[in-house]
Design a protein around this ligand. Structure first.
Ligand SMILES: *C1O[C@H](CO)[C@@H](O)[C@H](O)[C@H]1NC(C)=O
Ligand SMILES: *[C@@H]1O[C@H](CO)[C@@H](O)[C@H](O)[C@H]1NC(C)=O
Ligand SMILES: *[C@@H]1O[C@H](CO)[C@@H](O)[C@H](O)[C@H]1NC(C)=O
Ligand SMILES: *[C@@H]1O[C@H](CO)[C@@H](O)[C@H](O)[C@H]1NC(C)=O
Ligand SMILES: *[C@@H]1O[C@H](CO)[C@@H](O)[C@H](O)[C@H]1NC(C)=O
Length: 686
């Protein structure tokens, strides 16, 4: 009868308690109640971050009730029928208390429970009153229990009815610190590391993995469709996700709980160089603000780009600081200084403005994508931070940054665009040459998912990404890395220009073929779709055939178990067969029987359609004796007829064309009609 909830089946902060049925035997009710109180008391030893005091208080009260109930159970009088009503109410309230405590003790919902602490406190108040009322009507006179135990229960009943269950002042303090960090995110003000650490300390989040758990929880809450959900809740969930992502990336140097990752070497480095700078060095001599986009003019002085641009536009042709005449108007971005400033801001908090107009332009559009302004700000700052780590971090820091980017790119387009704009692509490309297999894999995995974002493709290619990608494809340290490289080429091949460039790289197609030969099934799949993607560029058709892809694909048809791979191979073959040289290459491999066999197998309909297209194309584009060969196949005619009714509409159309070709052949070979000309054959098929 006790509701055992296992977290996943019950939504957080909901209390699906059920009333015990009226006909329940008093003794059964009592046993169940005792079990419930015992479970509630076990929460005493669990870590609860927010509403800790309220939780302790209700556990104490219920502990007193538990002693009483146990005495009643062991006593001689048993339970009078009049007690059942009261105990039922108590049962209901205790179920809810248990739910509430379960939520408070969840280790992935800590920040969410904190931000809901006043809702939780008022729930405690409600439940405590219900408990007090239920105890009040308990017929204490007709049950057997020690006098002082009964007195205790009466005391608890009074306390429970009146208990304040106020929101804990600590909760209020920490929650308001969180609010101010969130509103800082909206304005792109970096939070102070000390503030964040105090919040995390309060929540008992001391490890990367704990932080990651919060992110996952918030993400899954946000994913739950619930129409009654308030908009504000959704925005807060998003904002908190931004906060936890930020903390995870910025505050933790070591990724724990990830088997197979070397994470012992904790590096505190990176800060030294910044230490000898003074904040004043980062101010623009013109605007006196911290520079967002420092540039250097001909005299070697650095200014913020917008200040010096204004200065020069006003025909002031001297260096504002030195007064020297400028030899030219050129301004060069001072990237080193920019990184130092970013680094400094990340370590010390404080405003870190960026080219503001860019954000204003797309800010509104992004709100919808990102879920909340705070999340947007947080993700941009995370992207900048990670970019800084990739640029000037130690090997360990770069590795961790690549790993974080990999996680970030898994989910959203928004993250991907932030990262590309922050400039991570060239750094990730550099990491492809890392001698460390984990770093290399993280970098290529990140690039794979970044390459789905359309604007990133040009950035990857312009920074020499194609050659590097092919390099990983050939010699990736882990097989996963080779697999991701093939996947990235597939995404890049969605652009005509890059299809051409990839084809022109002499190593690309052979490397994809090598992966089909000796890769894992996933890697093979990626390599096959990459080749398929390349085919749309006319010149690649020839290259693919010249490289010997056709015999390899026929080998896939005949020797591979994976249906998915066979389907991909059929798709490529039927595309190749649309040109004469492709058909000839396929026929040369004696693939006809295998294709007919696959058509007569249990492959999905789409696969049969490829087979029919392929056979038809071979008839049309191949040499004359193809039809003769097909006509000899005993099962072909039957399976073609079954395609007329069972196949997809395209397959049935093609099957009927093919049937016509075969019939004509039979008629001709029985000698009655003179051979048809190729053109006529062509017309028949249309
Ligand atoms: C080859 O066959 C396909 C499919 O029937 C057709 O679309 C294509 O035009 C043919 N090509 C040649 C060169 O005959
Ligand atoms: C141009 O220089 C003069 C003094 O040399 C200064 O007063 C003026 O404000 C400058 N203009 C701008 C737009 O900075
Ligand atoms: C960014 O990535 C994280 C995964 O680490 C994800 O939880 C979050 O939802 C993403 N951001 C947006 C705006 O979806
Ligand atoms: C890329 O993102 C998808 C989700 O969009 C994820 O399932 C996949 O694991 C990611 N790829 C890599 C290589 O991390
Ligand atoms: C085609 O399939 C049917 C049943 O699936 C089977 O009985 C028959 O032998 C097959 N024909 C050939 C030539 O494999």
């Amino acid at each position: 009868m006790i509701q055992r909830s296992n977290g996943s089946s019950r939504r957080i902060l909901t209390y699906p308690a059920v009333h015990p049925c009226e006909a329940i035997a008093p003794q059964t009710l009592l046993t169940s109640l005792i079990a419930l109180t015992r479970n509630i008391c076990s929460f005493k030893s669990k870590f609860i971050a927010s509403n800790a005091r309220n939780g302790r208080e209700i556990i104490r009260q219920i502990g007193v009730v538990r002693i009483f109930l146990e005495e009643v159970r062991d006593g001689s009088l048993g339970l009078p029928a009049s007690a059942v009503l009261s105990l039922s109410e108590l049962h209901l309230a205790f179920q809810k208390v248990q739910f509430l405590l379960e939520d408070l003790a969840r280790d992935d919902a800590r920040v969410w429970m904190l931000m809901n602490s006043s809702r939780v406190a008022s729930q405690f108040r409600v439940l405590s009153r219900a408990m007090g009322t239920a105890l009040d009507v308990l017929p204490l006179g007709s049950v057997s229990a020690a006098v002082e135990v009964k007195e205790h229960v009466q005391l608890v009943a009074r306390q429970a009815r009146k208990a304040g269950y106020e929101v804990d002042p600590d909760d209020i303090r920490v929650a308001s610190a969180v609010w101010s960090v969130l509103s800082g995110f909206e304005k792109r003000v970096l939070p102070g590391v000390g503030d964040l650490k105090r919040v995390l300390e309060f929540l008992g989040i001391r490890k990367w993995s704990k932080c990651e758990k919060q992110v996952k929880f918030l993400d899954s809450e946000n994913g739950l469709e619930n129409l009654s959900e308030e908009k504000r809740d959704v925005a807060l969930l998003s904002s908190l996700k931004g906060l936890m992502c930020y903390c995870r990336c910025v505050l933790f140097d070591v990724v724990d709980g990830e088997p197979g990752r070397r994470s012992e070497a904790k590096c505190g480095g990176g800060g030294e160089a910044v230490g000898c700078f003074n904040l004043e060095d980062f101010r623009c001599p013109i605007s006196l603000e911290i520079m967002a986009d420092p540039v250097t003019v001909a005299t070697g002085q650095s200014y913020d780009r917008c200040s010096i641009a204004k200065w020069l536009r006003a025909d002031n042709l001297s260096c504002p600081k030195t007064g020297e005449k400028l030899k030219n108007m050129e301004v060069v971005p001072n990237l080193a200084l920019k990184r130092l400033i970013q680094q400094h801001c990340f370590e010390n908090g404080g405003a870190f403005a960026d080219s503001g107009h860019r954000n204003r332009d797309i800010g509104r559009a992004r709100l919808a994508v990102a879920g909340s302004l705070a999340l947007e700000g947080a993700m941009q700052m995370v992207a900048e931070f990670l970019n800084g780590r990739l640029a000037v971090g130690t090997v360990e820091e770069q590795n961790k940054a690549a790993y974080e980017i990999r996680l970030l790119t898994k989910t959203s387009i928004f993250n991907r665009s932030c990262l590309v704009e922050a400039g991570v692509v060239p750094h990730l490309l550099k990491l492809l040459c890392s001698a460390d297999s984990v770093t290399q894999e993280n970098a290529i995995a990140s690039l794979l998912n970044i390459s789905k974002y359309s604007k990133s493709k040009a950035v990857i290619v312009e920074n020499g990404g194609l050659n590097l990608m092919v390099g990983v494809l050939k010699k990736g340290l882990k097989s996963e890395a080779r697999q991701h490289a093939a996947g990235t080429l597939f995404y890049l091949a969605s652009t005509e220009e890059y299809r051409r460039l990839i084809g022109e790289n002499a190593d690309a197609i052979p490397a994809l073929m090598a992966l089909i030969k000796d890769g894992t099934d996933r890697a093979r799949k990626n390599a096959l779709v990459a080749i398929f993607g390349l085919l749309t560029h006319p010149a690649n058709h020839r290259r693919v055939i010249a490289a010997g892809v056709v015999p390899l694909l026929v080998h896939v048809l005949t020797s591979f178990d994976s249906e998915a791979l066979v389907m991909d191979a059929l798709a490529i073959l039927s595309t190749l067969a649309e040109k004469a040289d492709g058909s000839i290459a396929i026929l040369r491999c004696k693939a006809l029987d295998s294709i007919v066999g696959i058509l007569n197998s249990s492959i999905p309909r789409a696969g049969k359609e490829f087979c029919v297209s392929l056979l038809l194309a071979l008839c049309v584009n191949g040499s004359g004796d193809v039809v003769a060969l097909m006509a000899k196949s005993p099962s072909l005619m039957g399976t073609l007829y079954s395609q007329l009714s069972e196949g997809t509409s395209r397959a049935s159309k093609k099957a009927s064309s093919l049937i016509r070709v075969l019939h004509e052949f039979h008629e001709r070979s029985s000698g009655s009609i003179s051979p048809v000309l190729p053109q006529e054959r062509f017309i028949h098929i249309r």
